[in-house]
Design a protein around this ligand. Structure first.
Ligand code: FE2
Ligand code: FE2
Length: 244
């Protein structure tokens, strides 16, 4: 695993940071530090999915992409902590351990359909949506190191999103499974939007967008755009007739 590093602070960045009050920088840094914990929960999610893929069957490239994702998310957590420190000068502890619950979905305790649903939710939805949101956040960011961190994260998230699409396109997801997945996609979208809103609830205003943190309303709008312009067409292209 390659540890992600922020670039050296520049005069531009010093000027940007010094033009904002300490209280604002601390609030922004706290949100970035909180995101480190979220990145670790995504890594844990991939760890569960990797085990399920190994037990129920997957193509080697899908396994490789998921293993890379599990490692990348650890790097993202470090990047968030480094960025928080850059913004307000305060070093923060590595996030505390946390338990993770993955949905079982009605009547599915295990098996290849549950595995596919977990990967579709994580990758085709969350990671694909994240790619669009990151792209939009980069355009709004003015803090140089925040922009750089978002670019580093985006370069990984593209691969993470590919894992789910590749699995859906593989022989391990049958036509019968696609029918069942398609029927559950509206619920998966609702769940993805709910967690996105929870994760961004601490960003109520648009003032933090210059720090790489678009408001919860902007995040929701970008997510809806990703769903309608990429996710749903992607499902249709792979033979999933999704009723939205
Ligand atoms: Fe991430
Ligand atoms: Fe990711």
């Amino acid at each position: 695993m390659v540890k992600k590093l922020l670039v050296q602070a520049t005069a531009d960045e010093d000027r940007f940071l010094q033009s904002h009050a300490d209280s604002v920088r601390q609030s922004v840094a706290d949100i970035w530090a909180m995101r480190a914990g979220l990145e670790l929960s995504v890594s844990a999610g991939y760890a569960i999915i990797i085990r399920e893929l190994l037990e129920t069957g997957a193509e080697k490239p899908v396994l490789e992409l998921c293993c890379e994702a599990a490692a990348d998310e650890i790097g993202h957590a470090q990047l968030c902590l480094d960025l928080a420190e850059r913004i307000d000068g305060r070093k923060r502890a590595w996030p505390a351990p946390a338990s993770l619950h993955v949905p079982n979905y009605a009547g599915l305790a295990s098996g290849s359909l549950l595995t596919a649903l977990h990967l579709v939710a994580m990758s085709c939805l969350n990671e694909t949506i994240a790619c669009v949101r990151l792209l939009e956040a980069i355009a709004l960011a003015q803090c140089p190191s925040a922009k750089h961190a978002l670019q580093l994260i985006l370069s990984d998230e593209i691969g993470h999103a590919r894992s789910g699409w590749a699995h859906l396109a593989s022989r391990h997801v049958t036509a019968a499974m696609k029918l069942q997945i398609a029927a559950r996609v509206p619920d998966l979208i609702d769940a993805s939007m709910t967690s996105l809103i929870e994760e961004n609830a601490s960003i109520p205003t648009e003032e933090f967008a210059i720090w790489g943190l678009p408001s919860v309303d902007i995040a929701r709008a970008h997510a809806q755009k990703a769903v309608s312009e990429i996710v749903i067409p992607g499902f249709e292209r792979l033979g999933l007739a999704v009723q939205t």
